[in-house]
Design a protein around this ligand. Structure first.
Ligand code: 5AD
Ligand code: SF4
Length: 474
């Protein structure tokens, strides 16, 4: 695999021409007043951010969007490969599109994203789903308009995958889903090769966007009213390696934090291996940086961490976490955990439980290990039966529920700045989040959605806080 150091390209003129051509074709092919696209995104925020670029390109090609696949002229699923469950859902849902294609043969059905970068998956789609006309992987986003144009014009099935160019493209039109919460990718790919993870194989090598380009995008977001901006990368702590300018992640955060305005700055995901004291000091000293650290530890057992190729041990992890607790007042810690990694014993699992008890996380994203074709862990001996792993998993959830409840209960009586996000669906209740990313439910007028409010925490139910408006804070 050739590695190209931080090669930045701008979306070509040619792609804009293709968007124009698509608009002309769709004027004729559309079924309703305007050509409509239905986009469904699976998986992580990186995928959501990719879909926002695709939506930007489709909007420039004259499309509006619908949430009813039956009404669409173009259907796209942006897929996730991180666990088998996500892949199975995609297969099930793609199968269901067959009827729509039968009813409306002129619809173009496309699949993209991480799953499509895997050869065995692309082959399966090719054989089992003949109504899928276009398939492309994460490396093909920059010429999506060309691919779409070609499929529309010549009607042949197009499958593109793994051209392995680790280039970085700028200049995408982006159509963000949210109007006050937004994603801002700062880097792509991953170099870590944790032994269970498919991401480095489907998203390529790590490459960082230029700081001036990120800063400009962040400024535009703040100016256009974004209140909650999350910087995205598989491993944000290694931001900046190989850039011409010497800017590490902490420096990037400081530069963005210096933008004037009332907003929160978040980031994900941090890798404990590269999580520095400088980063924690930056969060502690920041003006807009939320007091939240998502720091996946995956397992509490040193033996398993080694087998996972994580490059830190329990002691190092606890050192960072304790430093964060000491420096960042009320820091909210969250993490990802894998249960049932090949060779994990109940003794190893108990180490995970004890780490959770020691750290007292606000919330956890917990997963049962899922073998991924082509990763080293998929070749390892995995003697523990699935039912046993599920038992451990439930035990983990019980312990975490108890911890989260205790943590939330300790916040009763405090006043929190909360970004009001939407309706809970119950009466006139709204929900929002604290700087530590904890959900708060409260009674408030709908006009407050998208604003910061000071909320007095009155009650806690498991990991959800209940509160009431204190004043029109800001
Ligand atoms: N099986 C289960 N969980 C996984 N993750 C990544 N790969 C796998 C896998 N093969 C989890 C990790 C990661 C999160 C995004 O998904 O916990 O941090
Ligand atoms: Fe996967 Fe590890 Fe990279 Fe995260 S850091 S994307 S878990 S390889």
């Amino acid at each position: 695999m050739s590695e190209i150091a931080n090669n930045i390209n701008v979306l070509s003129e040619k792609q804009s021409e293709y968007m124009q051509l698509i608009a002309e074709i769709m004027e004729i092919r559309k079924r309703g007043e305007k050509p409509l696209a239905y986009i469904r995104t699976y998986g992580c925020q990186q995928n959501v951010a990719d879909s926002e670029k695709i939506k930007g390109m489709l909007a420039q090609s004259g499309f509006d969007f619908t949430d009813k696949p039956d009404d669409a002229d173009f259907i796209l699923y942006n897929t996730c490969a991180v666990r088998e469950h996500a892949e199975d859902r995609v297969f099930g849902n793609v199968g269901a599109l067959k009827n729509i294609k039968r009813k409306h043969p002129q619809i173009l059905i496309a699949l993209c994203g991480c799953m499509m970068e895997q050869e065995h998956i692309a082959n399966k789609i090719y054989k089992s789903f003949p109504f899928v006309g276009l398939v492309f992987g994460t490396h093909s986003l920059h010429h999506f308009p060309e691919l779409m144009y070609n499929s529309l014009v010549n009607g042949k099935r197009i499958f593109e995958r793994g051209n392995d160019d680790n280039m970085l493209y700028e200049g995408f039109p982006v159509k963000r889903d949210g109007i006050f919460k937004g994603w801002l990718p700062i880097m792509y790919g991953c170099n870590n090769f944790c032994t269970y993870c498919i991401v480095p194989y489907v998203r390529g090598r790590e490459r960082s966007r230029r700081p001036d380009i990120i800063l400009q995008e962040a400024k535009q977001m703040v100016q256009s009213g974004y209140k909650d901006i999350t910087l995205l990368g598989q491993n944000v702590n290694s931001y900046g390696k190989k850039l011409d300018e010497n800017v590490n992640f902490s420096e990037l955060l400081r530069r963005i934090d210096a933008i004037d305005g009332d907003y929160w700055l978040r980031f994900m995901t941090s890798h404990p291996r590269d999580c520095s004291k400088e980063l924690i000091d930056t969060i502690a000293d920041g003006t807009h940086i939320s007091k939240h650290l998502h720091l996946p530890f995956q397992s509490g057992s040193d033996r398993i961490l080694k087998a996972m190729n994580r490059h830190y041990d329990r002691k190092k992890y606890l050192e960072i976490v304790n430093y964060a607790k000491e420096k960042i007042d009320g820091v909210s810690l969250t993490s990802d955990i894998i249960v049932g990694f090949p060779g994990e014993t109940y003794e190893d699992f108990k180490e995970t439980l004890s780490l959770i008890r020691e750290v007292e996380f606000t919330s956890l994203f917990t997963f049962i290990y899922s073998p991924r074709v082509g990763t080293p862990a998929a070749e390892m001996d995995d003697p523990i039966p699935a039912e046993e792993k599920s038992k451990w998993f439930r035990e983990l959830l019980d312990v975490q529920e108890e911890i989260a409840a205790k943590r939330c209960a300790s916040m009763v009586g405090t006043t929190e700045k909360v970004l009001i996000e939407g309706k809970t669906g119950k009466n006139d209740e709204l929900n929002g989040r604290t700087s530590g990313n904890i959900i708060v439910e409260l009674k408030a007028p709908e006009e407050m959605i998208g604003t910061f409010q000071n909320v007095k925490i009155t009650n806690a139910r498991n990991w959800i806080l209940k509160g009431e408006l204190e004043n029109n804070g800001g």
